[in-house]
Design a protein around this ligand. Structure first.
Ligand code: NDP
Length: 498
């Protein structure tokens, strides 16, 4: 064993593999020059008469013109959803609702390559991730909630679950189709109709999804998609919906909560995070390094539950950082449609500027920066995978959500200190614990203030598992049986997150 470890120490640094490019063809995706709003089962032009361009963030090339829905457009979409609710969807048998959800799931599987290419094209994420994570999980969410649609009485025994009516849903740009699935699947399974607003920078997969709805013959008006910027989202919040489900920044989440206070509309908020990924000295070190990389560089770090604060036990700090730096040299940054790419493009210029600003603040505050040698494409929005060591707890890069491929490393000596440092954040979304001791995992899990805690793994998702935060990470749960509850009313009983 000792000999093996010694040999491991002498192992040469990873050789520089030159990978031939392996681009996925874009042929499978047929883009329109200009899209409409999807209202009442049809694409319609916006009453606002306004459009904007959506881009490929890896090249800055325009892809299509997208309607900027105004408040009148939003009101029409909400009316269409209300009509569909009253005209049949609320009275449809649960088995009938399940039928449509199963159809949607199967069509997503059949068309997954097309969706994966489009998602990478419009969002900048590596095709490997959109193909192997976003699409399978989006289909799995529809399958999962299709299964619940006719079992609500069993999910909530003696509580007489009833749909709320029209759900307004606002989603971000980091997982455009997956967030759509997280929102739409439970809402429909519970018997609601929907008006959904995708993020301004990533509307294309939601618009392609409208085609899936037509293919599945979902009754018109059950799902409506209104595109636009934050003003469209704000109009949806103010509209005559019965519930708002929001995923995005804490700042906008707070504004929505203020707006809805006293209106009686239900609200769930899935907001930001600054998760601690905690590495104990008894963990499997190489496995932990993979978990750290997956925790922060997956999807360019545009992940609300990203393990963006690494807490390392002091006794293994040096070997771990050494291994981590070596691993970073093997990450390939570049063309999102290349199947060998590990880290794709930053989603927008605005997000790139935010990352650059926080990284500059980290340097100014005295943290040490490491970035592997890396050739970035000339056009598009890019950021080299970055590690900051010597980070003070009070530093902005240890406190604020960077939402990019930037890791801040801190150290601890004892489990108590790890808990104290991990909880020293306004957020409470997720955390990771790496140790070989099961008892320590449970001890930590009881003390960490986080909605999701992974043990010896990171960024694992399953539709059956509830996801959500507390403190400034929001409230309400998505996924699992818990994810149905915010879309239901219960006779005489209080709904979770209501
Ligand atoms: P936002 O919170 O602004 O965007 C999320 C969604 O809300 C988008 O659809 C957005 O539209 C919409 N929106 C914006 N303003 C309003 C409003 N006043 N009322 C209703 N809806 C609104 O996030 P950003 O895209 O600006 O990202 C900023 C930061 O937020 C990131 O750097 C990251 O830290 C965090 N974030 C967290 C996410 C998470 O999963 N928890 C996801 C995305 C961001 P539009 O896209 O048109 O602006």
């Amino acid at each position: 064993m000792a000999e093996l470890e010694q040999r491991g120490e002498r192992a040469p640094a990873p050789s520089k593999w030159e990978y031939a490019s392996a681009p996925e063809s874009q042929e499978i995706v047929k883009l329109e020059d200009r899209y409409g709003l999807f209202i009442g089962g049809q694409f319609v032009q916006p009453r606002s008469g306004e459009y904007y361009e959506t881009l490929d963030p890896s090249s800055e090339d325009p892809l299509a013109e997208i309607p900027q829905a105004g408040s009148e457009d939003v009101a029409i979409a909400v009316d269409a959803a209300r009509e569909a609710f009253a005209d049949g969807w609320s009275a449809a048998t649960p088995v009938e609702r399940a039928k449509y959800l199963f159809r949607i799931a199967r069509i997503l599987q059949e068309r997954s390559r097309e969706f994966a290419v489009l998602e990478s094209l419009n969002g900048g994420k590596p095709i490997r991730e959109s193909r192997d994570v976003d699409l399978p999980l989006a289909a799995a969410h529809f399958f999962y909630y299709a299964g619940w649609a006719d079992k609500l009485e069993y999910a909530f025994p003696h509580r007489q679950p009833k749909p709320l009516g029209v759900a307004g849903q606002i989603i971000p740009w980091n997982f455009p189709l997956l967030m759509l699935a997280w929102k739409i699947a439970p809402a429909l399974a519970a018997g609601n109709t929907v008006v959904l607003k995708p993020a301004e920078t990533t509307p294309l997969s939601a618009l392609l999804f409208c085609d899936v709805l037509r293919q599945a013959e979902l009754p018109p008006g059950v799902v409506n998609i209104v595109t636009g910027d934050g003003a469209t989202g704000a109009a949806l919040v103010k509209s005559e919906v019965d519930k708002i489900a929001f995923t995005g920044s804490t700042e906008v989440g707070k504004a929505i909560q203020r707006e809805l206070a006293g209106t009686g509309k239900k609200l769930t908020l899935e907001l930001g995070g600054k998760a601690a990924n905690i590495i104990f000295d008894d963990c499997a070190l190489d496995q932990a390094v993979e978990g750290i990389v997956n925790g922060i560089y997956f999807n360019q770090g545009h992940v609300c539950c990203a393990g963006s604060r690494l807490l390392v036990q002091e006794s293994i700090y040096e070997p771990l950082i050494e291994k981590l730096k070596r691993r970073l040299t093997t990450l390939r940054v570049g063309d999102p449609l290349d199947k060998n790419t590990d880290v794709g493009a930053i989603n927008s210029r605005q997000q790139l500027e935010k990352i650059e600003e926080l990284v500059a603040a980290g340097k100014e505050e005295g943290a040490e920066i490491y970035q592997p040698p890396c050739r970035l494409p000339e056009k598009g929005y890019w950021f080299v995978p970055t590690v900051f060591t010597n980070v003070a707890q009070s530093s902005r890069i240890a406190q604020e959500e960077i939402f990019g491929p930037v890791l801040s490393v801190l150290t601890f000596r004892t489990p108590d200190e790890a808990v104290e440092k991990a909880n020293n954040t306004p957020y409470g979304l997720s955390a990771g614990v790496w140790t070989e001791k099961g008892s320590r995992i449970l001890w930590m899990a009881q003390r960490l203030e986080a909605g999701v805690i992974w043990a010896n793994t990171y960024n694992r998702f399953d539709p059956a598992s509830p996801f959500g935060g507390y403190k400034e990470s929001g409230f309400g749960r998505e996924g699992g049986r818990h994810g149905l509850e915010p879309y239901l009313d219960f006779d005489g009983a209080e709904a979770f997150g209501g």
